[in-house]
Design a protein around this ligand. Structure first.
Ligand SMILES: N[C@@H](CCC(=O)N[C@@H](CS)C(=O)NCC(=O)O)C(=O)O
Length: 383
């Protein structure tokens, strides 16, 4: 009703064009709402799940006003994506969102039913949510030739707040370990991943074979909105590994599995990608988990865990560099290592056979002792 003084309101027609967004949302009141933006890494993980499962939904762009008036009141934290289901349930944090969506809408499945294959998908998710952020952020913010494109893109979504967000995000690079010392190895890492993925997609449609799974959702976060959409890395992707670009489109379109699809499995061509995870992600996360364990032991039970517990020198893709130690990444490590610890013996042996040669077992066999637990959407120090 904004803009209509009280008296004039009585004279107002039943609806006018200014009401359109309200009317549209009322029409879609039984739909899920996805609060997201097109350039966001984690939004891109969730969007294909809703499409794939054919869950009626509308996407609401999470601009500064929506973050202030919807996201913060509903979740208490400023992260996107956020989902509000048709029953009003609020979901945040992509790994848990995917699990909850799978429970509410089980088919078609994105979480592999085979526990060993699921474990591999979880490891891929941890790696992508952490390490693929390096090329995603470097290629977005380090190239002046695409800066105007990004500003225009962000202005279309965030309006007057765009430049503030651009400043915040581009200013984060050194904290993520993206510095003059590391940009060369980050570019090599991106190109190596493109080559490995391209070779894999020559034989298989998706990461785990014939259908879209958690492993594809994990990769698409960095590989669509940043690396497949921002001009500089997208040109590299298109020219160097066209099959990766084709896969990006298939995941975004939530292409259905063929009627003859085999259940998800770990194929030979995935093994070099798993070895890359063991080589680059595992040592970094182990260093962070040890540091956070120490830092959290000084905090009181029930206290909110600070998002960043400090800067730690890490082996960033082979180069010693400072990088933030985030409490969330350790909670995520804890969650995956606990899942591994309770696997039935036979399943654990299968996981060990796949992930042992890749160098991932130190990650799975060490449950970080930092006592961290999610209290709805807020990470806290637990007993
Ligand atoms: N663990 C969260 C991370 C979400 C996240 O970091 N989202 C970014 C956008 S892609 C964000 O909201 N950033 C805001 C900030 O860092 O303050 C998830 O998986 O959903």
């Amino acid at each position: 009703m904004s803009g209509f003084p009280r008296r004039a309101q009585r004279l107002r027609p039943a609806f006018c064009f200014a009401d359109f967004p309200r009317i549209a949302l009322a029409m879609y009141r039984n739909y899920w709402k996805l609060y997201a933006v097109p350039m966001s890494l984690f939004s891109a993980k969730i969007r294909p799940v809703l499409r794939y499962k054919k869950i009626p939904h509308v996407e609401v762009w999470a601009d500064a006003k929506v973050i202030r008036e919807v996201i913060l009141p509903k979740t208490g934290v400023g992260f996107i994506p956020v989902i509000e289901t048709d029953t009003g349930e609020v979901l945040q944090d992509t790994p848990r969102m995917i699990e909850r969506i799978e429970t509410l809408h089980p088919y078609p499945q994105v979480l592999p039913a085979d526990p060993a294959v699921r474990m591999v998908a979880e490891v891929i998710q941890d790696f992508c949510d952490d390490t693929c952020v390096l090329p995603a952020m470097h290629y977005r913010w380090s190239f002046s030739e695409q800066r105007q494109w990004i500003i225009d893109d962000w202005t279309a979504v965030f309006g007057a707040s765009a430049m503030r967000f651009v400043g915040q995000m581009s200013g984060a690079l050194p904290f993520l370990g993206i510095t003059d010392k590391t940009t060369g190895v980050i570019e090599e890492f991106y190109e190596r991943l493109l080559d490995l993925l391209d070779a894999h997609f020559l034989e298989h449609r998706f990461l785990l074979g014939d259908s879209l799974t958690l492993a594809d959702l994990a990769f698409i976060g960095a590989f669509y909105p940043h690396l497949g959409r921002d001009p500089v890395p997208a040109r590299i992707m298109r020219e160097r590994s066209p099959r990766v670009m084709a896969w990006v489109h298939e995941v975004n379109d939530a292409a259905p599995p063929s009627p003859w699809a085999e259940p998800p499995e770990v194929h030979e061509t995935l093994l070099p990608i798993l070895a890359e995870i063991g080589r680059v992600f595992v040592p970094m996360q182990m260093a962070v988990s040890a540091f956070v364990e120490e830092a959290v032991s000084a905090l009181a039970v029930g206290e909110e865990a600070p998002r960043v517990l400090g800067m730690v020198e890490q082996n960033v893709l082979g180069v010693r560099e400072q990088r933030i130690a985030s409490a969330y990444s350790v909670w995520r490590h804890q969650r995956t290592a606990r899942r591994y610890a309770v696997l039935p013996e036979g399943e654990r042996t299968v996981v060990d056979e796949i992930l042992g040669p890749a160098g991932v077992l130190p990650y799975l066999q060490t449950i970080p002792k930092a006592r961290l637990a999610m209290d709805r959407f807020v990470l806290k120090v637990a007993d």
